[in-house]
Design a protein around this ligand. Sequence first.
Ligand code: ZN
Length: 338
Amino acid sequence: MCNSAAPDRHPYAAGQTPQAYREPENAGDPGDPEAMLAPAGPQGTAGGTDAAGAGTDSARRRRKGGYPPLPEPLPVPVVDNHTHLDFREGPAVSIGDALDAAEAAGVRGVVQVGTDLASSRFTAAVVEQDPRILGAVALHPNDAPLLAEAGTLEDALAEIEQLAAGPRIRALGETGLDYFRTGDGGRGSQLMSFRRHIDIAKRLGKALQIHDRDAHDDVVATLLADGAPERVVLHCFSGDAGLARICNEQGWYMSFAGTVTFRNAGNLREALLVADPALVLTETDAPFLTPHPYRGRPNAAYMVPYTVRAMADILGTDLDSLCAQVTSNTEAVYGSWD
Ligand SMILES: [Zn+2]
């Protein structure tokens, strides 16, 4: 499915920059404290998140410079197992063009990830439109306290369960715990929501995609206490070698994003070196977490090769076998795209 030659036209070129039609509520999504989105306000605000204002100045800063150039295509196609196709404007770059650019770079498919009801509904619809897309649906951990406060968390969870039943929805995600953006007052409902997603994943036989920000210990403890689903992915893995060893023991997948290329991310590189190769995945978390040397510019699924090449360098392995391994791992989690 992968074209061997780079496309003659860069669909993101012509001065286009992404224009999110809905700024992410989870603007704190990047799992790395060095993420390009600066915190928007004081931490630990009552009961909820501080993400509401994060889509303005920080988003403009992210867009500066436009999309990075197309990378040299990967020799063996891989899949971007965590991306947000809805966090940009369709007319600027259509979803078809975005996926064509990805495919030309050796990224033959994506997992489109929902973060709230609107994006989960979008996900459930878009997976039916292009065979290169599979989906994950969930309520983001930073949204859970807000929904609980509004008294709508139960209804939202019920709809997530309905959406998750679709055959091309292969995971509950992104769910988890985020102690970076959610203060003490919101942690109870955040934990409750996480546990409900774990339960839904187990009952429906789906994978679980976890957002873990500054909450490693409690994520692990919750999974062990409740019993983890058969397939667990720590999306945008942000732990160290110690957490990687726990994942190895438990058979939990570690998905490495552009953060692994950041100069200050020695802990992630150590984790990658420790990780069982059979548990390693890759992702963009686009439009966030653009890999080095393009930090500060927008991300998209076609940029996976920058991260995978860096991973091959870190591991001292050849690119072909790393790509083949990652693809095989990805299909073990989500099943087939075909
Ligand atoms: Zn994400």
